[in-house]
Design a protein around this ligand. Sequence first.
Ligand code: MV4
Length: 442
Amino acid sequence: MIANRGEIALRINRACQELGVATVAIFSEADRDSMHVRQADEAFCVGPGPAGRSYLNIPNIISTALITRCDAIHPGYGFLAENARFAEICNDHGLTFIGPKPSVIALMGDKATAKRIVQDAGVPTTPGSDVLASPRQAEEVAAAIGFPLLLKATAGGGGRGMRVVYDAADLERAYSGATAEAEASFKDGRVYIEKLIEAPRHVEMQVLGDEFGNLVHLGERDCSVQKPSHQKLIEETPAPHLPSGTREALHEMALRAARHVGYTNAGTLEFLVAGEDVYFMEMNTRIQVEHPVTEMVYNIDLVKEQIRVAAGEPLGYTQGDLVARGHAIECRINAEDPENHFAPAAGTVSKLVFPGGPGIRVDTHLYAGATIPPYYDSMIAKIIALGDTREVAIARMERALRETLVEGVNTTIGLCLEVLATPEFREGHYNIELLQKQPTRR
Ligand code: MV4
């Protein structure tokens, strides 16, 4: 069962087709005409458009999987992908959850716990506190680590429920604000403190483990090009200008942390990199949107690997067998409304042309005439460029973006081209600040 929609549902279906595995898609009433519904072997409606009533409707999804005699459920990313309870319910019903063990999802889902465990493995984490018990404890920790600092929700991740605090006078208000926001968003108001790392790069590590203790890494991805909303826009591998010692340390730390938690299946460890300093931040226990850049340079199908290891197959290779070749960049194409603070745009795509040619991969569920429902994420396509060098990959990406035509909705294509043209990006000397200053340029 493919328990997702959009491009990742197609991506999972492709892996299954190549493996000779039959697929069952689920869809909401808003997605009846979606491409994933057509391409899967079977498809069943699980509820109305709003995700809470369909793609997050656990009883409907589980009963559909049981009725259609599915063996396993691939959750994709988003929706139920990092829901430990869902993973456990799948396994309890004899449906293999394609991902790590539910206990590991739960541990990593609690960001303060994840940091503590990873630190126990000897991996440096961002300096800070464990969960705070009171505003008074926040003051004590703040006095010890100094300002500026960040308050983060332990149930959060990805920047939700985060507050920057510049001085002691703002702490109490930030604490109650962060706590209230975390309580409202996650029904868990617990927060912790971190020292603010200034102008870091966001570099993440891909790992993959089987159920026999074999674990490999598949290099890093630089995801520093993010919108102020923490939406990633451009990702690349390898990370440009990473000192070789820092890169090796990062690879080593990822393996050590993943091995320490008994990690199985595909996962990503997020780090902040500032100069030679590397700090673990959080771990994502799912396949990520940006996985294709890793697939391109390693010539490996991560989704097939996820399915194989979930079926109890051994990896069949070791770290030494894995060699990265070339440079890959991904641009995310989102449908956004510039008239409405770049909110996700719903609408109908009237004309559509995607690029092709050497070194270009397009992962999308879009087709000419498709309607984009208002209920879900705004990403409509990912364009991935591979080159022998970073320069070739950039040139390919630029021509691919110029070949692309999307009529009917406004997209991030122009913004991607602007970023690719900046001296900071071209030289590979950029950090998370790149898109923070001018929030909405196009
Ligand atoms: C940080 C940080 C600086 N110092 N933590 C943002 C999303 C979430 N994953 C964590 N985030 C950050 N955590 C410390 N201790 C800066 C960010 C951050 C950021 C990180 C990656 C990419 C873009 C970002 C934009 C703003 C802030």
